[in-house]
Design a protein around this ligand. Structure first.
Ligand code: PRP
Length: 178
């Protein structure tokens, strides 16, 4: 069900095309290497499912879940790991997959954590990026789309746990975001 007065931001066709482009770049960049894909729950699950099915690589998949507590929708940087990795990434090439990078707090926390486990390399892929919101500098290697000052839902992204199953991405009207 589409939220009332929302605006279509990225259609399923746009998302599919961009996902294929990104997957091609990742496949080229990691050609001949094994890759560990780490999805950041929950929002990543739809994007991750589409990305991995377009990769021409030998991959392993695992997930982490991190809660970032703060006032309202603002991350505080106070991150708590709700689900940790179940595999050893020492000496492995790692790609983190996110649905959206906003303040960068969640990613910065995760990167700090993963670096202590001595991977051979790590990169970050996100479907959506809110560069203007960044509070912590993080390097994002693969970006689907830049997003302006709107609250986005659909294709894995939620508003109070709703709308994750929408095939397209919508911007909620300002009155809903308040
Ligand atoms: C979202 C998103 C990122 C994080 C980005 O997760 O999936 O993990 O916020 O925000 P930041 O850059 O400001 O830290 P959220 O906490 O909404 O949980 P969810 O994925 O379960 O919806």
């Amino acid at each position: 069900m589409i939220p009332e007065n929302s605006q279509l931001l990225f259609s399923r066709e746009q998302i599919e095309l961009r996902t294929r482009e990104i997957a091609s770049r990742i496949s080229a960049d990691y050609q001949g290497r094994q890759l560990v894909i780490i999805g950041v729950l929950k929002g990543c699950f739809v994007f991750l499912a589409d990305i991995i099915r377009n990769l021409d690589l030998d991959i392993t998949i695992d997930f982490v879940q991190i809660a970032s507590y703060g006032a309202g929708r603002e991350s505080s940087g106070d991150c708590v790991v709700l689900k940790d990795l179940g595999i050893d990434i020492r000496g492995r090439d790692v790609l983190i997959v996110e649905d959206i990078v906003d303040t960068g707090e969640t990613l910065a926390h995760l990167i700090g954590d993963l670096q202590q486990r001595s991977p051979a390399s790590f990169r970050v892929c996100t479907l959506l990026n809110k560069q203007y919101r960044r509070r912590v500098e993080v390097t994002v290697d693969y970006i689907g789309f830049e997003v302006d000052d709107v609250f986005v839902v659909g294709y894995g992204l939620d508003f109070d746990e709703r709308y994750r199953a929408l095939p397209d991405i919508y911007a909620l009207p300002p009155e809903v975001q308040a």
